[in-house]
Ligand binder design. Structure first.
Ligand SMILES: NC(=O)c1ccc[n+]([C@@H]2O[C@H](COP(=O)([O-])OP(=O)(O)OC[C@H]3O[C@@H](n4cnc5c(N)ncnc54)[C@H](O)[C@@H]3O)[C@@H](O)[C@H]2O)c1
Length: 384
């Protein structure tokens, strides 16, 4: 694994746990953790459960005890590491968004296709697909329980940079992150909306804004927390992105991704209205799914709260008795469990790099539309 901060800790927890709760055909061996600073990487490896360390990711390519590389670094490194890893015959799990640009994402898909021909596989880390309530929503829509999908409403709301003195961490720098709220959290809600509906966006019209244009340069930073110095630098990404879109199947959609929704911490919300019912999800109550069944007697019909913890619900049966609930970290454990099962059986892991490229094309269309005064931008189709 490369990178050992926020995602590094979440993925390590998943690598440690997946085989303890899910029956898997292969067992992970946490061979090596890679970071740039030897002492810090050794200390992280000891804490997170990795057996050895490297300080240059290129060393991972030559090691026989490495069969898969898990990329938990900022977006500016994804393409280089993933392509080199795949070309060296290592399976790859790469955090989202797949890359910082469409060109990088295309090169990664080309590398994934070359590798697949040699039995080497890849996956992009859209972990929220593995929330049991989201997986259930997808099943219900596929079964026709809400009929024809007409509206998709997706928001991802956070507030961690409302303070103008919050420093200029890598997520606020375009060369490191590619974009701001759009690629960081907008990518998740785009992927989820398409995953849940089984449909894809075909075009968008967008608006972006950067509310705080200069911030203190970071003195020290880790993940989402940092302290600032007295010097200031320019914020080169969006603080918020809003857009409307059309789905191929005829539904219309509205999206909002922001780090300025004061009071909202990780409000990843999705509502889907169909001709026969509706579904609604909010990550801040991630064990629940709201379902309105339009076929019910209007006298007693209403949104019902499904507690998605039954053994028959996706993923839930591997864990605790009904009602005991799961958390954020379980989404990563599910991701790793699915990946290992696919690698063991030779199935193609999902979401693929092609899925990552498709989300990248949506992000790109949103950015282009916002730059061009919100004009309509078509989204190119991606073949799986
Ligand atoms: N799936 C999710 O829910 C989710 C949540 C947060 C972040 N992410 C994604 O995960 C990735 C990492 O984000 P994060 O929040 O963990 O960031 P972070 O700042 O917490 O950690 C980044 C890590 O990468 C290391 N790093 C940076 N450049 C490196 C290099 N060249 N070689 C080796 N190590 C390097 C840093 O030292 C650090 O350990 C990003 O792509 C981000 O978008 C996904």
């Amino acid at each position: 694994m490369v990178g050992y901060a926020f995602m590094g800790a979440a993925h390590s927890q998943a690598w440690r746990t997946a085989g303890r709760f899910f029956d898997l055909p292969v067992e992970p061996d946490m061979a090596v953790l890679c970071g740039r600073d030897g002492d810090a990487t050794r200390s992280a490896a000891a804490k997170l459960g990795w057996r050895s360390v490297e300080t240059d990711w290129k060393q991972l390519l030559t090691r026989d005890d490495v069969q898969l590389i898990d990329i938990c670094t900022p977006g500016d490194t994804h393409a280089e590491i993933a392509i080199a890893a795949l070309d060296a015959g290592k399976h790859v799990l790469c955090e989202k968004p797949l890359a910082n640009t469409v060109d990088e994402a295309r090169a990664m898909v080309a590398a994934a296709e070359r590798a697949r021909a040699r039995g080497v596989h890849s996956m992009v880390g859209f972990n929220y697909r593995r929330v049991p309530a989201i997986a259930l929503a997808r099943q219900l829509i596929a079964q026709g329980r809400i009929g024809e999908v007409r509206h998709v409403r997706g928001t991802y709301l956070q507030d961690w940079i409302v303070d103008p003195e919050f420093p200029l961490v890598w997520r606020l720098q375009k060369d490191k992150a590619g974009s701001g709220a759009l690629g960081d959290i907008g990518a998740h809600v785009i992927d989820l909306a398409q995953f849940v509906t089984g449909d894809r966006l075909t075009g968008v019209s967008a608006l972006t804004e950067t509310f705080v244009k200069q911030r203190p340069l970071p003195a020290a930073s880790s993940g989402l927390s940092a302290s600032g110095s007295t010097e200031r630098g320019e914020v080169t990404v969006d603080d918020t992105a809003l857009f409307i879109g059309r789905f191929g199947g005829g539904a219309v959609a509205g999206f909002e991704a922001t780090r300025f929704a004061t009071g909202r911490k990780n409000a990843l919300r999705l509502e889907v209205n169909g001709s026969a019912g509706s579904l609604a999800f909010d990550f801040e109550a991630m064990n629940e799914l709201s379902f309105f069944d339009g076929a019910e007697d209007p006298a007693t019909a209403g949104f019902r709260r499904i507690l998605v913890t039954e053994p028959t619900h996706p993923y839930a049966g591997a864990w605790w008795p009904p009602g005991h609930g799961l958390g954020y970290e379980h989404t990563f454990t599910h991701e790793i469990a699915d990946l290992l099962r696919d690698l063991g059986t030779g199935a193609e892991p999902s979401p693929s790099f092609a899925d990552g490229l498709q989300v990248q094309l949506v992000l790109d269309a949103v950015a282009r539309s916002a730059e061009a005064g919100s004009g309509w931008q078509r989204i190119e189709e991606v073949n799986d």
